[in-house]
Structures are given as C-alpha cells and as structure tokens.
Design a protein around this ligand. Structure first.
Ligand code: A2P
Length: 323
C-alpha cells in the first residue's frame, strides 16, 4: 500500500494527502518509525528543527535513497523555520542547516513554523530570559520573512514554501506582499478544533490546509505533565459518536477521525511509532462516511486547542501569538 492520494499545491507540486508526523520521538524511535513508515508506504514526512530529529530522519532517508529503495522525487519532505530563526536574515542559513541534517539537496516544502519570532543565542539556539521565558523578537516581521522564504524556490532549496500556525489576519498580511503565495498553512485541526473559518479562508485563497494533531495528539498530557504543566486533555478515540461510527464500518476511531479530515480536502500528518497503527492510518480509503456521519462528526467542534505552545513559555508575550 502506498500513500498514493495527492493534493495539488498552488506551486503546481503534488503533496501526498497523508504524511507522517514526527514530533516528540527519540532518535531511536524516529529511525525505527521512519523505516517502518517507508516500508508500509508513507512518502511524506513532516519534521522541524525543534523536534530535534532531522539528523535521525536524514540517516534513514540516506539509507533508503542509497539502496535505491526509493527515489528522491517520490518523497515529500517538510521542515520548518524555527521561531528563533524567524527573521529574513536567517532564512537561507537555517534551511541549509536543515538540509545538511536531512542529507538532502532540497525540501519539498519549507514552512515558517510560527508567526511568533524569538531572539536567538549566539550559537543560534533559543534564548531564554532569567525566568526561563522565550525572549520575543519584536523587530522581526512576518512579511519580510516571507519575502526571504520566497527566494528559496528559485534558489532550488525548497520546491514550495508555506506557513504554520497562521491565523487569517496573518495570512492576509503575507498575501498582500507575496509574489509566491503560501502553498499550505499547517494548523491544529481535528474534530474538537475545526477552525472552520480559517479552513474556508485558506481554501478560498488556494492554500492547502495541513492538519497537525489530527488524532488529538493522544498522550500529550504526559508530555505536559513531565514539563510541570497539568492540563486535562480529551481523548478523541473515546468520543461516543466516533466509536459508534467506527464500529459501524469495522474501522478504528483513528481511521474515522482521519477519513473525516481528508474528505474535506485537508492533508493529515498523524504520528505513530507503531507499525500496525502506521498502516492503519494510511488505510483510510476503503470505507465511506455517510452524510449523517459527517454531520455528526462536524457537530463535535468545541474550539478546544490541545497544542497551545505552553511548552514554549514566553511565546504568549509575542504580539503575533494568537492562540
Ligand atoms: P503511537 O505512536 O503509540 O501509535 P497525533 O498524530 O494527533 O499527534 O496523535 C499521535 C498519537 O496518537 C500518538 O500518541 C500515537 O501513539 C497515537 N496514535 C497514532 N495512530 C493511532 C491509531 N491508529 N490508534 C490509536 N492511537 C494512535
């Protein structure tokens, strides 16, 4: 089985509608899961420097490419410009560092990870103040960063460029200056956080929406707890309507949650470290949700944001932080 369903981006490039999310995994876990994911048919992999796994991903990709088991043009690799490099002057050097770590000549799409910018230490890492808070960079501007992002396309470092965590107003500002419009806006999107107005705005502007945490980032409460943050988070797999629809089709709640998103023309990047669940998440096209089921799932919206960047204390002080 291969992830052979694509959406065409406004850049003309095709993006596999199912990709693999890789946040919060050790090098060892990531290497094993990328290997398993490529074996079961994933060709789209989403990463970012802040996930600290680009080198591990690069090692697996190199093995697969060198062995001729996959061709570079069959892969769709996404990485991102981190908040601490979120300024025009840092764009080119930062993508080159990601490319070196990924052992690639280009990425398929490079995203501004967040509209929030933060000050960096001399070594380029995230600067924290005496209270351990991110130091906002109030000089950086998303429109000038975007102009630098656009240059990556003719220079061949990125096939397409896009953004992540942008709201409508931020996208409008970028679109006003853009010679190349963002190809995607990667946002948190699942039944409990549907962001319908933002999704519709993106669609109207020809910007493909990519849904991160499409399964509700199950287990994230443990990550928050280990950082001393106690947040009650919902488990989307336990929602009665989701369970009922899954049972009716002989599928899992995860497959129902994912199918509902892709049916709306949205790219998904579910994460799993488990081979069976990797396969499951790719295998969502052999059943069809009824109109009533789609309506039931669409009615579940609670405007509940799971990934609010509480792991990056201080981000909330930045004027571009809009969660
Ligand atoms: P695991 O890696 O053990 O499979 P999201 O993509 O929304 O961030 O969710 C990822 C979380 O959901 C991970 O904890 C992952 O755990 C779990 N997960 C991924 N796919 C499935 C699935 N098909 N069924 C149940 N849990 C899943």
């Amino acid at each position: 089985m291969a992830s052979n369903q694509f959406l065409t981006l406004n850049s003309g490039h095709k993006m596999p509608i199912i990709g693999l999310g890789t946040w919060n995994a050790s090098d060892q876990e990531v290497e094993a899961s990328i290997d398993a994911a490529l074996e079961v048919g994933y060709r789209h992999i989403d990463t970012a420097p802040v996930y600290r796994n680009e080198k591990a991903i690069g090692r697996v990709l190199k093995r697969w490419l060198d062995a001729g088991k996959v061709k570079r043009e069959e892969l769709f690799i996404v990485t991102k410009l981190p908040t601490f490099a979120n300024r025009a002057s840092d764009v080119e050097a930062t993508i080159k560092k990601s490319l070196a770590d990924l052992q690639l000549d280009y990425v398929d799409i490079y995203l501004i990870h967040s509209p929030v910018s933060s000050v960096a230490n001399a070594d380029g890492s995230l600067k924290l103040d005496a209270d351990g808070l991110m130091v906002p960079d109030l000089e950086a501007d998303i429109t000038t960063t975007w102009t630098a992002m656009e240059k990556l396309v003719p220079s061949g470092l990125a096939k397409s460029v896009g953004v992540s965590n942008f709201d409508q107003e931020q996208l409008e500002r970028v679109l006003k200056v853009a010679k190349i419009p963002p190809a995607t806006n990667q946002i948190e999107h699942h039944v409990y956080l549907q962001q319908r107005d933002l999704v519709n705005f993106c669609k109207a502007k020809g910007i493909v929406v990519t849904a991160y945490s499409p399964l509700g980032s199950n287990g994230r409460n443990k990550v928050y707890a280990s950082a001393g943050i106690n947040r009650e988070l919902p488990n989307l797999f336990d929602i009665p309507e989701v369970k009922e629809i899954a049972a009716a089709h002989g599928k899992t709640p995860a497959q129902v949650l994912l199918r509902w998103i892709v049916d709306n023309g949205i790219v998904i990047i579910p994460k799993s470290l488990n081979r069976e669940r990797l396969k499951q998440n790719l295998n969502v096209f052999d059943f069809k949700l009824t109109t009533e089921e789609v309506a039931k799932l669409s009615a579940l919206d609670q405007n509940f944001r799971i990934c609010d960047w509480c792991l990056l204390p201080g981000a909330q002080r930045h004027p571009e932080y809009k969660f």
